[in-house]
Each structure stands twice: as C-alpha cells, then as structure tokens.
Design a protein around this ligand. Structure first.
Ligand code: FES
Length: 146
C-alpha cells in the first residue's frame, strides 16, 4: 500500500492526507467565507477582520450626503459601495475619475477630506462624522493652488 511502503517518497505518502484536506476545504469554502461567527471566533478583533462581516454603524458625509460606513473600511471602498460615480475631476479637462488600483499607486481616488485636498481615499479609513468632498481639479494647499 502506498502509505505503508517506506520506500515511497515522503510527498507521495502524504498525498491521501492532502487530497482529503483539499476536499474538506473545498466543501466548506462557502461556509468559511460567509460564516460571521467563524470569522469572529477565528480572527477576534485583530487587524485582519474582513469588513464585509461588520455592520455599517458609522456615518460619513460625501458632498453633504450621509453614507453608511463600516468600521475599518477605506473611504474608497465605502464610496464605491454607495455608488459614488466621481471621486475627483482632472485639472486639465475636468473629466471624472474613480479609484483604479486601490493600493495607493495611481492617485485616481484623491478626494478632499475634512477640507484637505489631495488625500487618497483608498489609503484613508472612514471615521464617524467624516466630511468628504469631490476634489474638483487640483488640490489647494493653504491657499496655494497646486
Ligand atoms: S485608487 Fe489608486 S491611489 Fe487610490
């Protein structure tokens, strides 16, 4: 038998175990990613709690409109989930822009947060009562137009 034969290479001896573990994982995949209680027990209040399992208990304001937000999510994900169609306009043509990379590289997501322009929404977390505005054209910095 494959498992009992000592001449069988080690990886092949573990093959039945790996196959069983893989089948178990695939069968429980949906439960694994949708079970709030499981994530809560497994991850606790650590830094890797998926925001999808938390309730939208915060309120942020985008151009004066209230939007429900989840603790720990970025402004970009909150605004995209709410269906916002324009985060900023370009300084040259005024064309609308939305987040592209979601990791801080493209700067397509810049918005005005609490009166400060040029802030990347994909790298900023929501806070209760936060006021966010569409950035129209270039950001202004202490009266200086960039
Ligand atoms: S989406 Fe690219 S920097 Fe924010």
């Amino acid at each position: 038998m494959l498992i009992d034969n000592p001449s069988t290479p080690l990886p092949r001896r573990f093959l039945p175990c790996l196959t069983f573990a893989r089948r178990l994982f695939v069968q429980n995949l949906e439960r694994l990613f949708n079970d709030n209680a499981l994530w809560g027990d497994f991850l606790g209040d650590g830094m890797f709690v998926p925001v999808g399992v938390t309730q939208a208990t915060l309120t942020v304001y985008f151009d004066g409109q209230p939007i429900a937000a989840r603790q720990g999510e970025t402004i970009a994900s909150c605004l995209l989930r709410a269906g916002v169609e324009k985060f900023r306009t370009t300084p040259v043509s005024g064309s609308p822009r939305l987040p592209f990379c979601m990791i801080g590289h493209c700067f397509e997501c810049v918005v005005e947060i609490e009166g400060i322009g040029g802030r990347q929404a994909c790298l900023s977390l929501v806070e209760e009562g936060m006021h966010i505005r569409t950035q129209l054209g270039a950001a202004e910095l202490q009266g200086i137009k960039l």
